[in-house]
Design a protein around this ligand. Structure first.
Ligand SMILES: Cc1cc2nc3c(=O)[nH]c(=O)nc-3n(C[C@H](O)[C@H](O)[C@H](O)COP(=O)(O)OP(=O)(O)OC[C@H]3O[C@@H](n4cnc5c(N)ncnc54)[C@H](O)[C@@H]3O)c2cc1C
Length: 408
């Protein structure tokens, strides 16, 4: 029988949501301890937007969490983690959101899929070299998967790597590489064969971003985000000892990475939607509605959409609990993670679309998403949630084929 986890008694009570609580005594004790620590230690100043300042801020905060004993809650203790359960990781995310903790920022890749991939597929040496540095906030990672000609069709990638002595020599281009300018390492997919097989030719390798021949160029976006980059490789030498899972086995390692990226990396953001919807209800109570006389919350249509959204966020949380419960019994998240990724993208886009309707003309004033009241920045950024980490169409294909067993 699958275990049913409904963990957050207080969040439900505080905001009137219908959450039933069945925590174990250990979970309750853990939640109390986490809550006390977070309320005392969460940074009060806003997370900076500029990349270098963001790295400094995020690394310092990660270091504080590590020193407090709260980094890598479900990571193995031998690499600096706490070795706790996924339930406890989820409790941490819930309390983190309630305490107003900043977004994971530049540490997204290292903590959410680079590190977990090394735990599942890396050598002992790779794990002990990289995992503690990620947890201590000393190393930032980025992801070099997408290329101008290979996004959804990742197996079509063409960045080449020739084996020369003890090195791979890499030439090609990646695109949409989040945080590349401040990253120390990169999970990089390269083509090591001659194109005989689209999948068997691919290798997953750790690239040191300070290697000669790596050139990082910024991409500007509508959301005024500065975190996306193109990365060019001109005969970049990477030691073969940095290959994870063996030369030519990169497709299978990449599937582990995407399993984490789609299955668990969005958990914290999905949990955060709970708080956002409650904040939006407050904003609707304070903003003038479409009739220009009463608050937006008094408008029947807006109020009904807010109620629907609250219910949708509650169902997203229920799906997360079910996924966490399932993942607790498997090493790598399965295709079910795509259901969370897909639904999260839809609900977050509906939330920000509704925020724009609640704000009316006030929504035209740009406020960055990291800043208090940053609904407009959040709206523009939310448009990317059905693309980043794999598009919604691709998630639907995965759910159809691998979860529901529909024909290809
Ligand atoms: C905010 C953000 C951050 C990102 N960060 C990174 C990063 O750090 N590292 C990285 O490597 N990449 C990153 N990406 C890139 C992201 O993974 C790709 O954009 C995504 O996989 C889609 O690829 P594409 O842009 O090439 O679109 P395409 O693959 O060209 O898709 C174009 C359209 O065709 C549809 N389509 C394509 N194939 C199919 C199919 N088989 N069935 C149905 N529909 C299909 C797609 O759904 C989409 O609507 C990021 C993207 C965003 C938006």
């Amino acid at each position: 029988m699958p275990q049913i986890l409904i963990l957050n008694e207080d969040a439900g009570r505080e905001k009137g949501a219908t959450v039933q609580a069945l925590p174990t005594p250990e979970d309750t004790e853990f939640r109390d301890e986490v809550r006390t620590w977070l309320r005392e230690n969460v940074p009060r100043e806003p997370q900076p937007v500029e990349m270098k300042a963001m790295r400094e801020f995020d690394s310092a905060w990660q270091r504080t969490q590590y020193e407090g004993g709260w980094a890598g809650i479900a990571w193995p203790t031998e690499y600096g983690g706490r070795g706790m359960t996924l339930n406890q990781q989820l409790i941490w995310y819930e309390e983190y959101v309630l305490a107003g903790g900043p977004e994971v920022g530049v540490n997204f890749v290292g903590l959410n899929h680079g590190g977990p991939t090394l735990i599942a597929r890396g050598s002992e040496e790779q794990k002990s070299q990289h995992l503690p540095r990620i947890l201590r906030g000393e190393a930032v990672w980025c992801q070099g998967f997408s290329e101008p000609g290979a996004g959804s069709d990742l197996a079509g990638l063409s960045t080449r790597a020739e084996i020369d002595g003890d090195d791979l020599v890499v030439t090609g281009q990646k695109i949409w590489t989040s945080y590349a300018i401040v990253a120390d390492h990169q999970e990089l997919l390269v083509r090591t064969g001659r194109g005989e097989s689209r999948h068997a030719d691919i290798t997953w390798v750790i690239n040191d971003m300070s290697n000669p021949g790596v050139d990082v160029r910024p991409i500007r976006t509508a959301a005024r985000e500065s975190h996306l980059f193109e990365v060019f490789f001109d005969e970049v030498r990477i030691p073969l000892s940095n290959v994870v899972g063996g030369v030519g086995n990169g497709w299978s390692v990449a599937m582990s990475t995407l399993g984490f990226e789609r299955g668990t990396a969005f958990t914290a953001s999905a949990v955060a939607l709970h708080k956002s919807v409650e904040e939006l209800i407050e904003v609707a109570g304070d903003s003038l509605g479409p009739d220009g006389r009463r608050p937006a919350l008094a408008d029947d249509e807006l109020a009904a959409r807010l109620a629907d959204l609250r219910a949708e966020v509650a169902s997203l949380r229920a799906m997360i609990y079910a996924l966490v419960s399932r993942n607790a019994r498997t090493e790598t998240p399965g295709a079910e993670g795509s259901m969370i990724k897909l639904y999260y993208a839809e609900v977050s886009q509906r939330l920000y679309r509704l925020a724009m309707d609640v704000l009316g003309a006030d929504g035209l004033r740009f406020v960055h998403k990291q800043t208090q009241g940053g609904w407009t920045g959040g709206y523009l950024y939310s448009l990317s949630s059905s693309i980043g980490g794999g598009t919604s169409e691709i998630q639907r294909n995965i759910i159809g084929e691998r979860v529901l067993g529909l024909p290809r």
